[in-house]
Design a binder for this molecule. Structure first.
Ligand code: NDP
Length: 322
């Protein structure tokens, strides 16, 4: 069992954590990134990425994350692999303990543990991921231009995804398991008034079915009232039943909203504990993009640097006064 010390301890290695690392390393903070169970985060399970600035051609999510990691290491980040099982935020050093007992301690901590899209867990869903089944219309909607697509869910995310998809498709169907939507009224009004969108009520998806080309061809639906099965032909299906932030470790230690997202001072990555910052999807349930995660990661590193500079200045002033 070892103890690893740093001025900036980053938990999570998606775009938020790695951007914090790049900025922190360049500011001489010699960051440590503890990568979790899914090094690289959600982008490592996507394929084509076309909306991350700086690349004229379509790039691959896993490749982008490899590049970000290489860049972070190149400027002086230490990447360590471990599963953090507990954290201690009582300070003055903030610590994380891995499942093998290794301890990581930082003068500052940047939490970038991200969020996971929830999946239905039915046959075909996992196998057809990237072949017609997606959990992000903003990321993948463009690839279904002119095609018939479906969105599954009835909350704000599902309605927003359906509305967004009308930029690419004239035939969008929202499939919801009940006969009323959970989403805000204003979004419902927009959805129901949109001639490109139809709604299938009281239906659950029992399976995702592939065509002869191995890509998604149809959904097997079950009517929740009558129990009848039906097939719904579609080449694109967007599962939008919510996201779960990875915040289990911070329960009782940091403030969260009702859905478990970490609360920060508005417009900043600052948590209620000075020196502890949160960035990326773990604190942002609205935008959830790689580029916004990278942006808040950068903000966390800049604020961590300022926090340490102010603390060290105050300590020097105290010593001088004694
Ligand atoms: P929600 O939890 O609000 O909605 C999830 C939807 O998926 C519900 O309609 C639920 O159905 C359905 N669902 C859940 N599990 C299943 C399942 N196994 N099978 C079929 N359907 C299922 O998640 P959202 O991601 O929509 O929103 C999360 C939070 O983020 C909310 O607070 C939301 O307001 C917020 N948000 C805000 C936005 C904004 O302000 N612009 C944009 C996006 C999200 P049922 O209704 O029957 O429970």
């Amino acid at each position: 069992m070892a103890t690893h010390s740093t001025r900036m301890l980053i938990i999570g290695s998606g775009p938020a954590g790695l951007s914090a690392a790049i900025y922190g390393a360049r500011a001489g903070m010699e960051p440590i990134v503890v990568q979790g169970l899914q090094p690289g985060g959600q982008l490592t399970i996507t394929t084509d990425v076309e909306n991350y600035p700086g690349f004229r051609d379509v790039i691959q999510g896993p490749w982008l994350m490899e590049e970000m990691q290489a860049q972070a290491e190149h400027v002086g980040t230490r990447m360590l692999w471990d599963t953090v099982v507990s954290v201690d935020l009582s300070g003055p050093k903030f610590t994380a303990t891995g499942d093998g007992g290794d301890v990581y301690e930082g003068d500052t901590m940047v939490i970038a543990t991200g969020a996971q899209a929830k999946w239905l867990g039915v046959p075909g869903e996992q196998e057809l991921g990237g072949k017609g089944v997606s959990a992000c219309a903003t990321c993948d909607g463009f690839f279904f231009r002119g095609k018939k697509v479906a969105v599954i869910g009835g909350g704000n995310t599902a309605v927003e995804e359906a509305l967004y998809l009308t930029n690419h498709s004239d035939d969008v169907t929202l499939i919801h398991r009940r006969d009323s939507l959970r989403s805000e009224k204003i979004l419902q009004d927009r959805l129901l008034a949109n001639p490109k969108i139809s709604v299938l009520w009281n239906k659950t998806v029992a399976s995702f079915e592939a065509g002869t080309d191995g890509a998604l061809a149809s959904l097997r639906l079950v009517d929740t009232q009558r129990g009848e099965e039906s097939m719904f032909a579609t080449e694109g299906a967007f599962v939008a039943i919510g996201h779960a932030p990875s915040t289990e470790l911070f329960k009782g230690k940091l403030e969260m909203d009702a859905n478990g997202y970490l609360l920060v001072e508005p417009g900043t990555p600052k948590t209620a504990i000075p020196g502890v910052f949160a960035c990326g999807d773990v604190m942002d349930h609205v935008y959830r993009q790689a580029v916004t995660a990278a942006g808040t990661g950068c903000m966390a590193a800049l604020d961590a640097e300022r926090y340490l500079a102010e603390r060290e200045f105050a300590e020097r002033a105290k010593v001088a006064a004694e």
